[in-house]
Design a protein around this ligand. Structure first.
Ligand code: FES
Length: 107
């Protein structure tokens, strides 16, 4: 298990190997995932304050760049898996956007 700290939310234990978006949502973070985890919408993006989610895929990088989210510390939570302790900020939530989260991404 890894400790995931979420800015403005709680800290909790996240199962290693599980998608970050699921760990966040299953622990009460109302993060958006409007495209259902297809790496298209970027609404699930997080700012990584501490920790490492491994190499970024070409698709993830391309989608972030296409939407103007450049920077090494922005990742799509539907595309990364928990692999150790981390501190993140969920950029778009139901609370701060008033949008519906979207379909739950596949496991
Ligand atoms: S990019 Fe749409 S849910 Fe992750």
């Amino acid at each position: 298990m890894a400790t995931i700290n979420v800015i403005d939310y709680l800290s909790f234990e996240g199962e290693e190997g599980k998608k970050l978006v699921h760990v966040l949502e299953d622990n009460g973070v109302d993060i958006l995932h409007r495209c259902g985890g297809k790496a298209k919408c970027t609404s699930c993006r997080v700012e990584v304050i501490e920790g490492d989610f491994g190499p970024i895929s070409e698709q993830e990088q391309q989608t972030l760049a296409n939407k103007g989210h450049n920077g090494d510390n922005i990742r799509l939570s539907c595309q990364v898996r928990v692999s150790g302790d981390a501190t993140v900020k969920a950029v778009m939530t139901k609370t701060n956007s008033n949008l519906e989260p979207g379909p739950r991404p596949e496991e």
